[in-house]
Design a binder for this molecule. Structure first.
Ligand code: SAM
Ligand code: SF4
Length: 450
């Protein structure tokens, strides 16, 4: 009998992809996805513990689902970083919770559900998996394949930035074999996937510890040869490890999109050192210069933290200075959030929350202006857009992204989905672009793009 699963996902692309992997596994165990938690037989909350805010969301989500447990007997599970971190304690704290699924336990999900269903057990799996089974990705059923797909290159991280929980909840860096990755991309392209985004906390470290393996640029070169695939993206790069060879691949690989996400976290050398990031403001700027030299049109985005312990006004000004200097296309900015077990959580020189908030507001205002200017510079230009589907804003519009990863909405039919379409940008907004085309003209150009 068909059963329904509802998944709520918090956090990064890694978590989004893990949710997809869980869905694919469950599809083989007679589950279909539902977007309505009220009709679900199984509710999974895929959690993030990188900052305090998403961590708190888990408990309020659990509170919301308690009623569904009582009324319908739905099975409830918590997966992801909070599950890994809290383990059995989460079962003790939440008496109606059935499953705690650690970050390396996704392949165990179907047998865990069986144990709950058949024996009424409450189960917790948070061991690290030395055989690396957790890295394997089941392919989507052909009919459900989308235009874009994530592909896991590696999990975990060896960097141990002093603020970050990831190495503790995702384990040490571990790469998949390149043959397995290349084959997965080939199969996805055969199913009609046009764009892959290669995932890892530090993709530049790909292949480390694997005897005789390709390095990351080598892997990109092979993936670029995939028939039918149109675009390649990757995330995330660490500024210390980004090599000259990787930078050069932006000019050599036709399918590699002109966009890099290169988090800098702070513009102050003093703070970067306390963060244990392994680079200086100057060396970061050097990498940006080189990227722009090799690929002048490259879009650059980054992550930044304000209010790290000991951050003074002059450190914050260095961060603003770096932002003005680089002119990022967009930024993900966060208030520092102490994470239990990390080194920075023990630092005494904390920054007051109001100061963090004020700095965040100034930084975000600065960046908003830069992003808008960058977007305005595209007005009048024709951009190649990979159409992903119907726009959420209007039934008459479709939506897609440029090679530089900017969202474009324009009037168009659903038969454009999966196609590369040249679109003229007519209006820039802070978070998207408005495009326009004359349909006949576009269809001509669609053909010439393929
Ligand atoms: N691996 C990526 C890197 O090194 O840049 C980032 C991974 S992390 C999941 C995503 C972002 O969350 C980080 O770049 C950082 O800006 C932010 N972050 C991580 N720990 C944080 C903390 N304790 N407080 C605030 N932001 C944090
Ligand atoms: Fe966290 Fe640093 Fe690793 Fe990124 S590189 S995941 S910020 S420890």
């Amino acid at each position: 009998m068909e059963k329904r699963v509802y998944i709520e996902t918090y956090g990064c692309q890694m978590n989004e992809h893990d949710s997809e992997r869980m869905l694919r596994l469950l599809e083989n165990s007679c589950f279909v996805e539902t977007k309505d938690s009220k009709e679900a037989d199984l509710i999974l909350i895929n959690t993030c513990s990188v900052r305090e805010k998403p961590e708190h969301k888990v408990y309020s989500a659990l509170g919301r689902f308690k009623k569904l447990k009582e009324e319908r007997g739905a099975i409830i599970g918590v997966a992801g970083c909070v599950a890994q971190q809290e383990g059995e304690q989460l079962l003790n704290r939440v008496p109606y919770l059935d499953m705690v699924i650690g970050t390396q336990a996704i392949p165990l999900l179907p047998p865990m559900i069986q144990r709950v269903e058949a024996f009424g057990q409450r189960v917790c799996e948070t061991g690290f998996d030395p055989r690396g089974e957790y890295l394997k990705t089941p392919l989507p059923p052909r009919a459900l394949a989308k235009v874009k797909s994530y592909v896991t290159l590696m999990q975990g991280c060896d960097h141990f930035c002093s603020f970050c929980i990831v190495p503790y909840v995702r384990g040490r860096e571990r790469s998949r074999s390149s043959l397995e990755i290349i084959e997965e991309v080939r199969q996805l392209a055969e199913m009609g996937v046009k764009e892959v985004c290669l995932l890892g906390q530090n993709v530049n470290g790909y292949g480390k510890g694997l005897e005789g393996e390709l390095d990351f640029p080598g892997l990109l070169y092979c993936i670029n040869e995939t028939e039918g695939l149109q675009r390649i993206r990757f995330t995330t790069s660490h500024p210390t490890d980004i090599s000259e060879e990787l930078i050069e691949s932006f000019s050599k690989l036709t399918k590699l999109c002109e966009h890099i996400h290169l988090p800098f976290q702070s513009g102050s050398d003093r703070i970067l050192k306390k963060m244990h990031r392994g680079y200086t403001k100057e060396s970061y700027l050097g990498k940006i210069d080189r990227l722009r030299e090799i690929c002048p049109s490259i879009a650059i985005t980054a992550d930044v933290i304000v209010g790290f312990p000991g951050e003074k006004e002059e450190d914050f000004r260095e961060t603003l200075d770096l932002i003005q200097n680089v002119q990022f296309d967009d930024l993900f900015s966060f208030k520092y959030s102490p994470r239990k077990g990390t080194r920075a959580a023990q630092f005494q020189d904390k920054v007051e929350d109001q100061v963090k908030q004020d700095r965040l507001s100034i930084l975000q205002r600065t960046q908003k202006e830069i992003t808008l200017q960058k977007n305005r510079a595209l007005e009048g230009c024709v951009e190649e857009v990979l159409v992903e589907g119907r726009s959420k804003q209007s039934e008459r519009d479709v939506t897609g992204r440029t090679r530089s990863n900017k969202i474009v909405n324009f009037e168009g039919d659903m038969n454009l989905v999966g196609k590369l379409v040249p679109v003229q940008i007519i209006k820039a907004y802070p978070h998207s672009l408005r495009g326009e085309n004359s349909r006949l003209d576009v269809m001509e150009k669609v053909r010439s793009f393929q």
